[in-house]
Write a protein that binds this ligand. Sequence first.
Ligand code: THU
Length: 136
Amino acid sequence: MTPEQLIELAKEAMTHAYVPYSGYKVGAALLCADGSVYLGCNIENAAYGPTNCAERTAFFKAVYDGHRSFTAIAVVGGKDGVITGAFPPCGVCRQVMREFVHDEFMIYMGGADGYTAMTMAELLPAGFKASEHMAL
Ligand code: THU
């Protein structure tokens, strides 16, 4: 699976977005270590706060199905589904990713022209990790 293929799947996921309030459609495609891919979209809510981002939808679907090992995620988004700049995952989604991935997990942020690639360690430096910060 190439980054470009993962971005194409994220674009497909974006068409599932439920965004009656912002009109901002986001799609994510999460590549698991076994090669399976989980798609997610943002799902908004009239109370705003309960809104779930596309990245977390993808992660929660995969984790529910038993996946615990991940390789990469592609994310795209834009007002009315029109992709302009590279899409940076929000802070909450970065922390949710951090729970399950290694430092070299790749995040591909799709833009109008290609994508920007960053590792988990770059996207969330000095992040809070159970394995390092909690006596489990
Ligand atoms: N959103 C995502 O789906 N992922 C992010 O990482 C940031 C924001 C969604 C939430 C909301 O539905 C819309 O984008 C505008 O904030």
